[in-house]
Design a protein around this ligand. Structure first.
Ligand SMILES: Cc1cc2nc3c(=O)[nH]c(=O)nc-3n(C[C@H](O)[C@H](O)[C@H](O)COP(=O)(O)O)c2cc1C
Ligand code: SF4
Length: 531
């Protein structure tokens, strides 16, 4: 694709009165009992701030408290693992011992938003992804030398002796001869060599993968119950991007046990999970779904699938649909040796978090047509549940026009909210001119890719060295949270926007890691790459 650099859309900011009359700042019901005060939304963003075993830290609290001060209608906590396994600084909700920390997070958001922001948590399952090995390590340790490989080797070399040569000799022969390896290794082995080993939901020869339909409804349901017990207003099932549930939905899913292949088969587990969650948390608790309007990979699901999925989710009792796009492993760039494949590096990744370096259409509001088509179908089926859109939304007029045209019911902004967590508040107060505008060049995403604490380039250098009131990232070079902002005295009075750091987190309860753990989910050393 030929890329050109796009300018940021010009911004006209509304007066306080215009903002107050707008659709964007009007309330919307979500589920049976909840009302979001505005149609503004911060979608899930992993900041790499949890402990290595998944607990909430003071840095996690500061991160969410900072967003809460901008008082978005809804704030969604990052992808949080439903299994009780180690996977780097990814929040987890796979055991009751995580509840106290999560409760502290809920309290922090309530306090800092002064009760104005509704708080959901995204829950995720993911399969194993290993780092790309050095070829020597792959051939000496990871490659399985089985009869099939020996047969192919014997045929390729025209020497029958390879059928029973010692393993070590097979390995050392292959490590020296890449063309030979290309000729005799399976495509999955070659992928493990060049990209790192990665499980698929259709690897039915692996017992823990075969068992996913048996195990996942309960794991998701328990996670949702913990979210409710911790005080979250709702739970968001992560059915998007590169992870387990999105892979069940994908047309690439060739499972032949009734949980793949046909659209109905691919939907089966996602619906069973939704039903199990609903049965566990009750009718009144908000259960939303984030999923893909388009996989954007060859052979994957497209909008036609997504429209059908949306209607089925609504029929089965989902309280909202949040539409994302792409972010798949299948087209990800080859990682360096020692690194893991990252699902935002290929075309599908681009579509998930589009940058100003784009095709003619540009990155702004690029994914709205997906949400619009899904919303039309869901409405035609008689459902009124809100549909959330995201992707390159960065001005008031953009957001308002999406709502006015009925393309979505709620507008989410991830990177713009990262660049300026106060932007919703500034606009509402008629101070849009003060918004620090995201440049959509994905410095933050680059940090995410390298498993570094996520910050924004527009504020991470904004401090005086030696200023002890500013908390820095672990590299000591970057501001860990957006600079504080207070509305000028003339407009203050209603929503408070306090300075930082105002949270005193006295205790985050930690339990002992449980031994045993769940099947699957061994994962890369880190969170599920991207989320
Ligand atoms: C640093 C970072 C982390 C993200 N983590 C998640 C996540 O945990 N779950 C998720 O569904 N999307 C995640 N996303 C994707 C965003 O929610 C959003 O869909 C995407 O950035 C496009 O919206 P935007 O153009 O407003 O940034 C992440 C994005 C960024 C930049
Ligand atoms: S780092 Fe860049 S893309 Fe990310 S939020 Fe900041 S300005 Fe936007």
């Amino acid at each position: 694709m030929k890329r050109v650099k796009h300018a940021l859309p010009l911004a006209r900011w509304p007066s306080r009165e215009e903002a107050q009359r707008s659709l964007l700042y009007s309330p919307i019901p979500i589920g049976r009992r909840l009302v979001a005060e505005q149609r503004t939304w911060v979608p899930a963003m992993v900041p790499w701030r949890a402990t290595g075993d998944g607990f909430v830290t003071p840095e996690v609290l500061d991160w969410y408290a900072r967003f809460a001060r901008g008082q978005p209608g809804v704030l969604v906590v990052e992808a949080t693992g439903i299994r009780d396994v180690r996977s780097g600084p990814l929040l987890r909700i796979g055991d009751d011992r995580f509840i106290p920390g999560l409760r502290a997070l809920v309290d922090a958001v309530r306090e800092e938003s002064q009760g104005h922001t509704r708080l959901f948590i995204q829950v995720i399952d993911f399969l194993t992804v290993r780092r790309r090995p050095a070829p020597e390590a792959f051939f000496s340790r990871h490659l399985v030398v089985d009869t099939g490989l020996r047969e192919r080797l014997a045929a390729a070399l025209g020497e029958a002796r390879w059928r029973d040569t010692p393993d070590a000799e097979v390995r050392s022969r292959l490590v020296r001869d890449r063309p030979l390896a290309d000729a005799v290794l399976t495509s999955r082995d070659l992928e493990a060599l060049d990209y790192g080993y990665r499980e698929r939901v259709w690897d039915l020869d692996l017992p823990h993968i075969r068992d996913l339909p048996r195990v996942l409804p309960g794991l998701f349901a328990e996670a949702a119950r913990r979210a409710r017990d911790a005080g979250f207003d709702g739970v968001e099932l992560h059915y998007a991007h590169a992870y387990t549930m999105a892979s069940f939905l994908s047309r690439l899913n060739v499972r032949d046990d009734g949980y793949g292949q046909t659209r109905g088969g691919r939907m089966r587990l996602p619906l069973e999970v939704l039903q199990a969650v609903r049965a566990c948390v009750g009718e009144d608790y908000v259960v939303g779904i984030r999923y893909l309007g388009d996989d954007v990979v060859a052979g994957g699901s497209d909008l036609e699938d997504a429209v059908a999925f949306g209607t089925w989710f609504a029929d089965t009792g989902a309280d909202y649909l949040s539409i994302s796009k792409g972010g798949r492993f299948e087209d990800a760039r080859q990682p360096k040796v020692g690194e893991a494949v990252y699902p935002y590096t290929g075309e599908s990744g681009y579509e998930c978090m589009p940058t100003v370096l784009s095709d003619e259409r540009g990155p702004f509001g690029r994914n709205v047509p997906l949400a619009a088509a899904i919303r039309r179908a869901v409405r035609a089926a008689g459902h009124t549940i809100p549909v959330v859109t995201s992707g390159g939304i960065t001005t008031f007029d953009q957001a308002e026009a999406i709502l006015a045209r009925g393309e979505a019911d709620i507008v989410a902004a991830a990177r713009q909210s990262l660049a300026d967590p106060d932007w919703f508040l500034k606009i509402r107060l008629g101070l849009g001119g003060l918004v620090r505008r995201c440049e959509f060049t994905n410095y933050c995403e680059g940090l995410d890719q390298r498993h570094k604490q996520v910050t924004c380039k527009l504020w991470d250098r904004d401090f005086t060295p030696g200023d002890e009131t500013v908390r820095l990232a672990s590299d000591g070079k970057r501001r860990l949270n957006a600079p504080p902002w207070r509305p000028p005295v003339a407009v203050r009075g209603e929503p408070r926007s306090s300075g930082e750091p105002s949270l005193s987190v006295t205790e985050i309860v930690r339990g002992e890691p449980r031994s045993g753990g769940e099947p699957s989910g061994e994962m890369i050393e880190g969170r599920p790459k991207g989320t």
